[in-house]
Design a protein around this ligand. Structure first.
Ligand SMILES: [Cu+2]
Length: 280
């Protein structure tokens, strides 16, 4: 009975793996899926590529070490090898097992440097949104659009079901950004440690009280993308979602107009206008 249950589990895992590619909707986790959410930013593309390289290397190491262990257990156990040799050194072997890991680490450093630098360098023409973590919701501030701000709190499971949006992920008012534009997110917290994380964007950064962290992304596809606070921050940490709505520029401008009519009237809202205003 136990065997059939294990076989059943293996079968469903294999099926889930096979379906994983197709089953992934952008921006939302799906039941039974394996691997990352579909990437919608160059940032996540890089993270994914690096992960694949490291994963291949890790798998090869695991297979090699496991194979060696099994070989040694079979070949050199007391029964198969009653009189052990007294060998204590092998210069060639020692050089190889020192040099090989060093080469692997150097290779990983070589392939990781460019993505790390890319993810860490905020483009100068990025639009800024500030995200402030609170126990247990987020505040968003738009300093480039007159500094309006609003709170983004989780919906209850009932409210989410009523609106037909994902529970524990959808919020009262999402962060909104334009598609195809570089977005700098300045992240901080008002009380304890939180973390701002959106898997489809390849973004995850700590929100630390009294300190500003920053990250950035540029989304290719309009849509709604979900993330969660990713630093254990207290009793309701499990229900501190992040929802980002990515809109075409015109719709984003209309949203800004709705949020801050005064600013739009006085200063205009296009990126060009903003850059002229700030003298960039
Ligand atoms: Cu939190």
């Amino acid at each position: 009975m136990r065997k059939s249950r294990i076989l059943g589990w293996l079968g469903s895992a294999a099926l889930a793996a096979a379906l994983a590619g197709a089953a992934h909707a952008a921006g939302v986790p799906t039941d039974g899926s394996i691997g990352f959410q579909e990437s919608v930013t160059p940032n996540m593309d890089m993270v994914e590529k690096l992960h694949t390289i490291a994963f291949v290397i890790i798998t090869a190491i695991v297979v090699l070490v496991l194979g060696l262990m099994i070989f040694i257990m079979l070949r050199f156990n007391e029964k198969a090898n009653p009189v052990p040799s007294k060998t204590s050194h092998n210069t060639l072997l020692e050089v190889v097992w020192t040099a090989a890991p060093v080469m692997i680490v150097l290779f990983l450093i070589a392939v990781a440097t460019r993505p790390l630098y890319y993810l860490d360098t905020i483009p100068e023409d990025a639009m800024t949104v500030k995200a402030i973590g609170n126990q247990w919701n987020w505040d968003y501030v738009y300093p480039d659009h007159g500094g309006f701000e609003f709170n983004s709190a989780p919906l209850t499971i009932e409210e989410a079901a009523e609106k037909n949006v994902p529970g524990r992920l959808a919020v009262t008012e999402p962060m909104v950004v334009p598609v195809g534009q570089k977005i700098r997110v300045i992240v901080t917290a008002s009380d304890v440690l939180h973390a701002f994380a959106v898997p489809a964007f390849g973004v995850k950064i700590d929100a630390v009280p009294g300190r500003l962290n920053e990250t950035w992304f540029e989304v290719r596809e309009p849509g709604t993308y979900y993330g969660q606070c990713s630093e254990v921050c207290g009793q309701l940490h499990y229900n501190m979602p992040i929802e980002v709505r990515v809109l075409p520029q015109a719709e984003f401008d209309a949203w800004v107009l709705e949020k801050n009519p005064e600013y739009v009237k006085n200063e205009g809202i296009t990126t060009e206008a903003r850059n002229t205003n700030t003298g960039e």
